[in-house]
Design a protein around this ligand. Structure first.
Ligand code: FE
Length: 202
């Protein structure tokens, strides 16, 4: 069975003006779709890969340099699907309840979390991702280059921002910091993050 491009969890124009329908037409319709197509072609060509879940393909290829193409495409499929769910219309701002308390406990304050997340997203050199993860029972901010994804480090992803240029070039041109600020102020779906934390602790 082949992988399919999951639909966006909201209409393509729902996050405008912060993230435009034109961005989604490229980022979801072209980039994410290409990772799905590439992965299906790689799996079709290697019987050892067939019947595996996306997560299984990521974990088995992460340790095998000869399967870098499988890893890059499988992880990018997973990362992008996760990223779309990290945003919602009229999102951003501060979380509430248990998630806010947990962020304050592990980072000192919500502003300290924002500073750490912004720093990671800003300083990821070239293409990659910044993350809020659960790592051994503690919340941490991390960053990964290219297709890197926290599950290969035993971490549970709670929130991510894609900082590949294709994520922001249409709406923000070269201004990655403006994209990061827009993401935190207007786009983050904290309910999704809280759900991820709750299920990681269940
Ligand atoms: Fe991307």
């Amino acid at each position: 069975m082949s992988f399919t491009l999951p639909p966006l969890p909201y209409p393509a124009d729902a996050l405008a003006p912060h993230m435009s329908a034109e961005t989604f037409s490229y980022h979801h319709g072209k980039h994410h779709n290409a990772y799905v197509t590439n992965l299906n072609n790689l799996v079709a060509a290697d019987s050892a890969l067939q019947g595996k879940s996306l997560e299984e393909l990521i974990l088995l290829s992460a340790k095998d340099d000869s399967k870098a193409g499988v890893f890059n495409n499988a992880a990018q499929v997973w990362n992008h699907t996760f990223f779309w769910h990290c945003m919602k219309p009229a999102g951003g701002g501060r979380p509430t309840g248990a998630l806010l308390a947990r962020i304050e406990a592990d980072f000192g304050s919500f502003d300290a979390f924002k500073t750490a997340f912004t720093q990671a997203a800003t300083t990821q050199f070239g293409s990659g991702w910044a993350w809020l993860v659960l790592d051994g029972g503690a919340l941490k901010v991390t960053k990964t280059p290219n297709a890197g994804t926290p599950m290969t480090s035993g971490q549970v992803a709670l929130l991510t921002i894609d900082v590949w240029e294709h994520a922001y070039y249409i709406d923000h041109r070269n201004a990655r910091p403006a994209f990061i600020t827009t993401f935190l102020d207007h786009l983050v779906d904290w309910d999704f993050v809280a759900k991820n934390l709750a299920s990681a602790q269940a």
